[in-house]
Write a protein that binds this ligand. Structure first.
Ligand code: FES
Length: 115
């Protein structure tokens, strides 16, 4: 994918195999909301509550300030991040972890679509 492409980066959720597009001026949480899941937790959207925790398995992201109370430095080195504070720079593979994982995985039986 070319940065700043009109179509955005291709994001694949390893939990469900679903994919969606996210431009690099939108954070991953906003991109995930395109999947139309009911029950995606509404958190602080500011890197402080940890509800949107993910692990970037493959690809590059721009990371913005995240609370150390919810993402330890060691976790960050292992790829953990907060979806509301990361912006895709390349195509990504992402594990959804924590509270949001249940919502994402619950939707698998409802749909398996590419947006
Ligand atoms: S929504 Fe609170 S850390 Fe992302």
């Amino acid at each position: 994918m070319t940065p700043n492409s009109d179509w955005g980066c291709l994001i694949r959720l390893t939990n469900t195999g679903e994919t969606f597009r996210c431009s690099n001026d939108r954070h991953l949480l906003a991109g995930m909301e395109q999947l139309g899941r009911k029950g995606i937790p509404v958190g602080c959207r500011n890197g402080g509550c940890g509800v949107c925790k993910v692990r970037v398995v493959e690809g590059q992201v721009e990371r913005r300030k995240m609370s150390r109370a919810v993402i330890a430095a060691e976790e960050e080195q292992e790829g953990y991040a907060l979806a509301c504070r990361v912006y895709p720079l390349t195509d990504l593979q992402v594990d959804v972890v924590g509270r949001m994982a249940r919502t994402v995985e619950a939707g698998l039986s409802e749909s398996n679509k590419e947006i």
